[in-house]
Design a protein around this ligand. Structure first.
Ligand code: ADP
Ligand code: MG
Length: 291
């Protein structure tokens, strides 16, 4: 029954220890499928891999990983310590050491003060935070989070990102899946981009987003038409809207000259940075807007 569906193919990924690794791509690109392969919940028709040195699906690594699925469901009559006691029990933990772990984890996710609230009364952000604590109950070396911030408001999403950084600070490796390119860009050390089940590109965020060496970009406003015109003679490119400009320069000296020219004429510099593409730009140029 059913026709064959290819979730991901020809995918090669390498995740280094201690990193925040982001698997990004639009909905349906195969992120969750990849995660399930790594968790040993589904198996590839071809190919293989290792997690923490063990082959895909091997029980030996499963006790050293944590997992928060997308849109988790928990028994909602429980409060956070009860929930974590339940998950800790699944690993055979108990007693004072489990209680200490529960307090440490709820403090990590900023839920200790609200530990008496029942899950049914949680906001989505609280649910995700307790979900992250759940995924850490076995002190894993590697934690998988599927779309951990989707559906959260900006503050809720920021809280989760802060928690993810704290997890890395503890020396753990974080494997994130997200379709939110803008959010992943500042958070991740390494990124792999999937599209329609295929790997588009992978690498360190810096290498993926870096522009050609030495190029600078200047953003300024209240720039007079004369100055805009003069920039045209030594900038690589000038985009101007009324008195707003965005200009690129082949080196730092030319950029500094432009800053001088803009400020001398009463303009205001907003930003001068080494030219860097956004993850969205990289993604769209790689897939050619074919989505
Ligand atoms: N159990 C399944 N059976 C058939 N197709 C599936 C199944 N799970 C996912 N797919 C399909 O596989 C593709 C990748 O899905 P998924 O890995 O969930 O993507 P993402 O997490 O990037 O949104 C999609 O086209 C999806 O519809
Ligand atoms: Mg998914």
């Amino acid at each position: 029954m059913g026709r064959k569906h290819i979730g991901v193919q020809d995918l090669t990924l390498e995740v280094e220890e201690g990193q925040i690794f982001g698997l990004v791509g639009p909905n349906g690109s195969g992120k969750t499928t990849t995660l399930k392969l790594l968790l040993g919940l589904v198996f590839p028709n071809k190919g293989g891999g290792q997690v923490l040195g063990f082959p895909l699906g091997h029980p030996a690594y499963k006790e050293r990983i944590g997992f928060l699925p997308e849109g988790p469901y928990f028994y909602d009559h429980l409060n956070a310590p009860e929930l974590l006691r339940f998950y800790g029990g699944l690993f055979g933990y108990g007693g004072a050491s489990l209680e200490a772990t529960i307090q440490r984890l709820l403090e990590l996710v900023d839920m200790w003060d609200r530990r008496h609230i029942r899950i049914r009364n949680y906001s989505r952000g609280m649910l995700q935070r307790v979900g992250v604590a759940q995924a850490l109950i076995n002190d894993p070396d590697l934690i998988f989070l599927d779309e951990p911030t989707s559906g959260l408001d900006p503050i809720g999403a920021m809280n989760i990102r802060e928690i993810i950084v704290r997890i890395r600070e503890q020396g753990k490796t974080v494997f994130l899946c997200s379709h939110l390119l803008k959010e992943m860009e500042p958070l991740c050390d390494h990124i792999a981009i999937l599209n329609r089940g295929l790997l588009v590109m992978a690498g360190s965020v810096d290498s993926l987003l870096a522009g050609p060496e030495g190029i600078y970009m200047l953003r300024a406003h209240s720039v007079s038409a004369d100055v805009v015109k003069s920039l045209g003679s030594y900038a690589t490119e000038v985009k101007a809207w009324d008195s707003e400009i965005e200009a690129t320069f082949a080196d730092q000296k030319l950029a500094a000259k432009a800053v001088q020219a803009v400020t001398d004429a009463g303009g205001v510099v907003r930003e001068l940075t080494p030219f860097r593409r956004s993850l969205e730009e990289v993604f769209i140029s790689a897939v050619g807007g074919e989505n």
